[in-house]
Write a protein that binds this ligand. Sequence first.
Ligand code: WT7
Length: 632
Amino acid sequence: MKNIDNYVPKTLEDYNRLYSESVINPETFWEKIAETFLWKKKWNNVLSFDFNKPEFKWFEGASLNITENCLDRHLAYIPEQTAILFEPNDPNQKSEKISYRELHRRVCVFANVLKSKNIRKGDRVCIYMPMVPELTVAVLACARIGAVHSVVFAGFSSTALAARINDSECKVLLTADGSFRGSKVIDLKSIVDEALLKCDSIKSTIVLKRIASDVKMNNNETWWHNEIEDVSDYCEAEEMDSEDMLFILYTSGSTGKPKGMVHSCGGYMIYSSYTFLNVFQYKTNDIYWCTADIGWITGHSYIVYGPLLAGATSVMFEGVPSYPDYSRFWNIVEKHKITHFYTAPTAIRALAKHPISLVKSNDLSSLKVLGTVGEPINEEAWNWYNKNIGKSKCPIVDTWWQTETGGIMLTSLAGVTNDKPTYATKPMIGIQPVLLDKGGKEIKEKEKEGILAIKYPWPSIARTIYGNHDRYKNVYFTAYPGYYFPGDGALTDSEGNYRITGRVDDVVIVSGHNLGTAPIEDAINLHENVVESAVVGYPHDIKGNALRAFVILLDENSNIDMKKEIKEQISKTIGPIAKPEIIQIVPGLPKTRSGKIMRRILRKIASGEKENFGDISTLLNPEIVKQILIKS
Ligand code: WT7
């Protein structure tokens, strides 16, 4: 087998050479990368695609199992190396080092448990768990036997969990009795109980004891620790077609229900691994820490799959940056001699608000590379991160990508290509971005702003939305035919560096969480005293964006606390992360004559604009703008 290191650039010249190879002859390029992995059967064809159908097939005819590449492949030469380094919520509890050999054993055992629950290739398994090693075991155990994992972030409500389980008809649910989050203990099991009242497809539930609470177990619910007793640790890896489904992961859309993005085995394996090595320039013995949750794509690709495929040591942190105090991240960096630290701008901004002594009391000299992901990073936060955490000697990779892209798309490569504050900079090798004008024409000049699009497939592009291929086509391939349309705007500098300017649709990124405004409005409108509502985003110091809801009530004089009830309603339907910062009760909403809410105006009001609203004479009710302003 060839060594992937030969294709990982070490200098700017390497990057330029590999980049041009990858766009001049993508198939030859990706074939060489693919040859560095373990396959059960070779492909007949590297790529076939059609942007209009849309359809993307990578490595047709080939078969593999991703867990053999994450685990078995490493057993011959690094069996005792730590694969997962677990740091619990409570700093006084011991951290845990799980070697590749041990992880392989636990995955095989749990894969056999899943089989005993009648789970077979193609069946969907929902995973709703805290950030503990068993979560990684659960994910890989599914992949081992060809079951499709659908991880749901454990901060989601019972309604949101039920909707996701039902959308993909999961047969088994893996969960825990509860979770620790800072000083709070979260009762996951009762959220699960409530969700399961509405989920007929779930035939069995396996519950990990994490908080040792006294929970009631219902029919077909068993304890994790009982299930793994006396189970064989031998489990043959299922042979998967390259295009077979590996996982489903839900992301919010600007309208309607969440989209179950489908990723497939072969392409995702290659791209998550290759990007990990390129972007972070991971070397043997480095200790890599991504602070995301495995409930999001960042955790899938850059806590589990990317690092494990590369034989890296990946840290899993159960807690939050504020517990026991705001020095926790830096304590962990010192304690485990972290070399790579990858987090979100919202966390950086929150940490920067606290006394710098909390940083300075820790030895951060082990750090070599810093990363950011999830939303645009403002210059002030970038500079703070660079100076105080990186001591002005660590490259910062600002990685732009999405649930849909499976892996990092625009980024610098640590120490290889240049970083630039607020710029995601250059395309990853193999990625062909363009800027489009409103008419869909490519903007060839530099120093321009436009709509970001990708004009050639890459191995880990999502293949469909589970159960709704039409929606997949409509959202990503219809507005600009012949391109993948991610929904972001961008601009370029004179050197062709990309800077993401933000969403061009009704998705708002709050604290790095991707939230559609329509589902939040739907949740508000469920309240019987609500006539109509509109939710918009506005710039916020720490969260990047925050939400403001404008709500028309049926009875403004009722004595119930509507703001409180609306917040509760949203927490229940979606989850606490979707609660608006501000709820304003309004007599009406600005509308066009065709009845469409003019969100542009509401966005301006929410951002603090008082008079400059452009032409509002075409509104059905121009007087409403003043009335909303008076009360805001
Ligand atoms: C949206 C995707 C990718 C994992 C986390 C989010 C925004 C993401 C950046 C960045 C500016 C960014 C985009 C994108 N975004 N990374 N480095 N700079 N914006 O995944 O939940 O699918 O959200 O997050 O708007 O479209 P996601």
